[in-house]
Ligand binder design. Structure first.
Ligand code: SF4
Ligand code: SF4
Length: 375
């Protein structure tokens, strides 16, 4: 693993799950802008890219091929991809999915390859499907340089997985300052578990799906007092990057402005000072007073909903209204979320969405709150 760690030039990685799009469709990736972002990122000395099979309705990997792989030498960047074990019905599907990914990305190997979104059930599934033997073979063939997993479950499950599978070389965890002590996510406990097993950590969702980039006035004031001109997102990214065992922090950047902001403080990364850590602790205390829904907008819940409810957009409308009050902007957001789609009141309580939610949100109950708020 040391080899990958040494190859990662800086502690900021480009997460390719929220790429710029033309219009509103996730499939319509804006290649021109994506190319500009890639050029900027590489020119500033960063080199780690992370994609996955389902991102952008299965269009992220192909965009990587067009905008990165076909425009740069393979040695100039590191690429991570992930196995969606839920699509593997029988062991022979492992190879089919893996080869599809190599082809979609236009590469002959992945620098990092992960079992995607592991939890208590999925790891069993991966074991039963023969994933570990398959990936060992891919490593021997040079198609995978380093093997790890992304994780969405509690710390005790992580402990079990790392105990049973010493072959994993790294783990990707969702860590942000808001969820560090959260009982639902257990970010802090998961990080400590990885430290205990001496396994390096890649961080995902450091800005909690963008929510920590737009804090309300009160919590934001503690951070703004320190430095009026630095972004709120910078504290979230630097918080994760300041953890000693973290080798790279992924940021799902959607435009040049976000990227330039990230680059400004991650090019010459400086860990958080004690004063900054204290200000973050105060902001968290203040934030916990807001009754918001902890949705990260990962969208894993959306496709399976039989009523086509745009759950993350409804939760965003709810949060914006709870934090900032009702306004034309929040009403617009809500109307857009229900246009040609189900409303919160249309939910038939089948529970399919909750089975997909990495944040373990009680979506059915929360939709009732949304329904009450918006009538
Ligand atoms: S519980 Fe409601 S929101 Fe969730 S998948 Fe079923 S219908 Fe959709
Ligand atoms: S409700 Fe859960 S699964 Fe759906 S977008 Fe939010 S965090 Fe993701």
């Amino acid at each position: 693993m040391k080899e990958l760690q040494d190859k990662i030039s800086k502690k900021l990685g480009f997460g390719c799950m929220r790429l710029p799009v033309r219009g509103e469709e996730m499939e319509q990736i804006d290649d021109e802008l994506f190319c500009k972002m890639i050029d900027t990122f590489l020119a500033q000395g960063f080199n780690y890219f992370d994609t996955a099979y389902p991102y952008h309705k299965e269009c992220s990997e192909a965009a990587i091929k067009r905008c990165l792989v076909e425009r740069y030498d393979r040695e100039q960047f590191l690429l991570a991809d992930k196995m969606p074990i839920w699509l593997v019905k029988e062991p022979s599907d492992l190879n089919k999915v893996f080869e599809t990914q190599l082809k979609r990305c236009g590469v002959t190997y992945f620098d990092a390859y992960l079992l995607h979104a592991m939890n208590k059930d999925r790891i069993r599934d991966a074991e039963e499907k023969g994933a570990f033997a398959f990936f060992q073979q891919m490593k021997q063939e040079g198609k995978i340089r380093h093997f790890g997993f992304s994780f969405h479950d509690k710390a005790d499950v992580l402990d079990q997985i790392l105990t049973n599978h010493p072959e994993f070389e790294f783990v990707q965890l969702q860590i942000n300052y808001y969820d560090w002590d959260s009982e639902a996510v257990e970010a802090g406990k998961c990080y400590e578990t990885a430290v205990k097993h001496k396994i390096p950590v890649i961080v995902m969702e450091p800005v909690k799906g963008g929510t920590l980039a737009n804090l309300a006035e009160e919590p934001a004031s503690f951070l703004k007092e320190l430095h009026a001109d630095v972004s709120l997102a910078s504290y979230a990214v630097r918080y994760a990057a300041s953890l000693e065992n973290v080798i790279v922090v992924l940021s799902g950047m959607s435009d040049l402005e976000q990227m330039e902001d990230n680059i400004s403080y991650m090019r010459e990364f400086c860990p958080l000072s004690e004063k900054e850590k204290n200000a973050i602790a105060k902001a968290v205390e203040e934030l916990k007073r807001f009754p918001t829904i902890a949705c990260t907008k990962c969208r894993y819940c959306v496709d399976g909903c039989p009523k086509q409810i745009l759950i993350p957009e409804l939760f965003e409308s709810y949060n914006m209204t709870a934090q900032f009050g009702e306004s034309p902007a929040t009403t617009r957001l809500y109307r857009k979320a229900i246009k040609d789609r189900g409303t919160a009141a249309d939910c038939i309580r089948c529970g399919k969405c909750e089975a997909q939610c990495p944040q373990h949100l009680e979506i059915r109950k929360l939709l009732e709150q949304v329904s009450e708020m918006f009538g």
